[in-house]
Design a protein around this ligand. Structure first.
Ligand code: CTP
Ligand code: MG
Length: 231
């Protein structure tokens, strides 16, 4: 059944999904690979659409797959699909340009974080609504972290209590994200990083284990297992 989005919602969610998925090994673009019989992108969009504040979803698809992605998502939720770019940041910029007038909160979410629960979408959006221009969901770092030199010799141990692992969706006041993208120079910086570079404040909220980024075959196996336990 096609989900209804909220016409009075104040949130647009951009879903960059144009990556190849090189680290998953040979196969279709990552967002189109099957997890428990459905493409990762379908899992991701279904969960975004279940978040009550969401007004608009814009997906940046692999350029050759735009029509296929439109057809694939039509039964899931009303979405706008645009062609993505060669770098993630270009895909985000293309999706951002397609957001209609209305939503003043824009979330940027990876299709690869396919099991992200709707409540995380809501908590990131709520923190932007509360007045933060840029909000990121984070988890504490559990491993001991060492800094090494080029020969793998340990230089020291980093104090992990001050470190956070960053997830998506990252949330922004729309005007702040537009300004950050306008002046973006470094394609490797994440969306919140663009705000940091301009001296803007970025606020953390608690992330979710379920928002893991499916990157390698092990993550696919883990996600499949999580689905059988109700994720
Ligand atoms: N992405 C995108 N456009 C790109 C590159 C990445 O829209 N040119 C998206 C991916 O589809 C993914 C998200 O950005 O949903 C995070 O990227 P990543 O996990 O690195 O996915 P891929 O780039 O597909 O994977 P890999 O780096 O292993 O090729
Ligand atoms: Mg990538």
């Amino acid at each position: 059944m096609t989900a209804q989005l909220n016409p009075r919602g104040d949130v647009a969610v951009l879903v960059p999904a144009a990556g190849a998925g090189v680290r998953l090994g040979p196969g279709a673009p990552k967002a189109l690979r099957l997890l428990a019989g459905e493409p990762l992108l379908v899992h991701a969009v279904r969960r975004i659409a279940a978040a009550p504040s969401v007004h608009t979803i814009v997906v940046a698809a692999p350029a050759t797959e735009v029509e296929a992605v439109r057809a694939m998502l039509a039964p899931v939720a009303p979405v706008t699909v645009v062609p993505g770019g060669a770098e993630r940041q270009e895909s985000v910029a293309a999706a951002l340009a397609a957001v209609p007038a209305g939503p003043e909160i824009v979330l940027v979410h990876d299709a690869a974080r396919a099991l992200t629960p709707p409540h995380l979408v809501e908590s990131v959006a709520a923190a932007v609504r509360d007045g933060h221009d840029a909000v990121i969901p984070v988890l504490p770092v559990v491993d001991t972290i060492k800094e090494v030199d080029a020969t793998e010799r340990v230089l020291g141990t980093v104090d992990r209590s001050a470190l956070r692992a960053v997830q998506t969706p990252q949330g922004f006041r729309r005007s702040a994200l537009i300004a950050a993208h306008r002046s973006a120079g470094d394609a490797l910086t994440d969306d919140a990083g663009l705000i940091e570079k301009q001296g803007g404040a970025v606020m953390c909220v608690p992330g979710s284990e379920l928002a893991l980024k499916i990157t390698r075959p092990f993550d696919m196996a883990l996600a499949e297992r999580l689905l059988t336990t109700g994720a």
